[in-house]
Design a protein around this ligand. Structure first.
Ligand code: C2O
Ligand code: CU
Length: 488
């Protein structure tokens, strides 16, 4: 099936567009509708079914995130989230990107094993793209899973203003058969009644330390959308948290989530959870079969989760979306489809241990705070090093009073337990939360693609506030670059 046809069907069915409800009902007995605007499927300008080639630009646009809730946002192609890029594992993705923003930008492809030249880090893997600049991102989608894209210039600002989109790489042979599939892009945005964005510096240094959250929580760019379905329908939800600071602890009135995968695709075996924690930058792949009386509504909520001071104090549970059950009688309960994946863990023996300590010393006389990695904020840091082919265990100790979702570019890793055994079920991660006052070990194989790769906290205010670094894999290019401390 050609991509155009496939994306059309994806547009009609998978994304649950509001308008084509009638045709969706015709095609699927268990059809549902989603009143969020569809994740926009871009036009594929390449006839080759194994190539997804699109034009995309970033610009400021008026966006409506709910009835009467308008914001002048920073967008990819005019909407929040950006176009939904969807292809099959092994396909090639080509994005001709133009920057029409008032500021420099780049695109980083979060979680993808791309060549370093495609990693989108300004001053390291490409020059920043100034207003009017174009750049073509072109690489092969080597891994199935849900990924996402966002800028890597002033990322706290730009992601907070609306620049993010989902990139889903399907594996048609993964054997997961369900009644329906939905991709959920969770985010938030802050703006005033005039539709003006909340300044990225709001709250000053304290805002940086807390990690600023936008007051409007969005699912696929919409406030509290309603997903309509027949009770008992087995659905696969692929969820990404693209918020710049907010964690989502998802609850569906205690109904279970069967987690089948995470950042790097399916995990070795499923696990059942009562609530689902998705920290910034992370993805989860879950099977659900929401149940309820036909005609009733079920709330999907974001519960309070303590990721540090300011995240639970004076805060309320948020309603993320609603599930409305159709009048059709509930489908009989049935077992979730079995999923599994053979993951061969990276060899631990002989790996180099790399201690990493995250700290937040008290603010200086100037009132400024900066997070530090091994004693230095990003703008003073030298790259870590790894020989090409070297395996390393990063022992990450979080000495601060805030959680830090730790993200590494370009490589997946496995979490190790206290006995240095890979945590079961095995799951490839590229973003992993390091709770406050906790040490977590991860095993990384720097087996390919030499270059200087970033790591940072995915609370983007923390990253910009110093919690970032790079690892030089293989010989250094000798290029030097400078990083300036943030202005606030
Ligand atoms: Cu989403 Cu530097 O990453
Ligand atoms: Cu952090």
């Amino acid at each position: 099936m050609g991509y155009v046809v496939r994306s059309l069907i994806a547009g009609l069915l998978v994304m649950g567009v509001a308008a084509p409800l009638a045709s969706a009902q015709l095609l699927r007995p268990t059809a549902r509708a989603f009143d969020a605007p569809p994740l926009r499927v871009p036009v594929d300008i390449n006839p080759d079914p194994s190539v997804l080639e699109v034009n995309m630009s970033a610009y400021v646009a008026d966006v409506e995130v709910g009835p009467g809730l308008k914001v002048k946002a920073w967008t990819y192609d005019g909407g929040i989230p950006g176009p939904f890029l969807r292809a099959k594992v092994g396909d090639q993705l080509i994005v001709h990107f133009t920057n029409k923003l008032p500021d420099a930008t780049t695109i980083h492809w979060h979680g993808l094993r791309v060549p370093i030249e495609m990693d989108g880090v300004p001053g390291i893997s490409q020059p920043p793209m100034h207003t009017g600049d174009t750049f073509t991102y072109d690489f092969v989608l080597r891994d199935a899973g849900l990924f996402w894209y966002h800028p890597h210039v002033m990322s706290a600002t730009q992601v907070g203003f609306g620049l993010y989109g989902a990139l889903q790489v399907d594996d048609p042979s993964d054997g997961v058969t369900v009644d329906d599939e939905v991709t959920l892009v969770l985010s938030d945005i802050g703006f005033n009644k005039f539709g003006e964005l909340e300044p990225a510096e709001s709250g000053g240094p304290a805002g940086m330390v807390f990690g600023r959250e936008g007051e409007h929580v969005l699912v696929n760019g919409r406030r509290t959308p309603t997903l309509t379905m027949r009770a008992g329908t087995v659905q696969r939800w692929r969820i990404v948290n693209t918020a710049k600071s907010r964690f989502f602890l998802i609850d569906m009135d205690g109904q279970p989530f069967t987690v089948i995968g995470s950042d790097g695709g399916l995990q070795s075996a499923p696990v059942t959870e009562q609530t689902l924690l998705v920290t910034t930058g992370e993805r989860v792949d879950v099977l659900v079969a929401p149940r309820g009386t036909p005609g009733s509504t079920l709330s999907v909520r974001a519960m309070l989760y303590n990721r540090g001071y300011g995240s639970v104090q004076y805060r309320d549970v948020e309603e993320l979306m609603r599930i409305r059950f159709t009048d059709a009688p509930a489908l009989p309960a049935r077992a979730m489809p079995k999923t599994s994946r053979r993951i061969v863990p990276t060899e631990r023996a002989g790996a180099t241990e790399v201690p990493i300590v995250l700290t937040l010393p008290p603010a200086g006389k100037d009132g400024k705070s900066a997070f530090r990695v091994n004693g230095v904020p990003f703008w003073e840091a030298k790259p870590f090093t790894a020989a090409l082919g070297e395996r390393q265990v990063w022992v990450i100790r979080n000495d601060t009073d805030w959680d830090h979702p730790f993200h590494l570019h370009g490589y997946f890793f496995l979490q190790l337990d206290a006995n240095d055994q890979p945590v079961q079920p095995l799951a490839w991660k590229d973003t992993l939360n390091i709770p406050m006052k906790t040490t977590i070990k991860v095993l990384i194989d720097f087996n390919e693609r030499p270059g200087e790769w970033m790591f940072h906290c995915h609370i983007l205010d923390h990253a910009e506030g110093g919690l970032m670094g790079t690892v030089q894999v293989g010989p250094s290019s000798g290029r030097t670059h400078e990083h300036k401390p943030p202005p606030h």
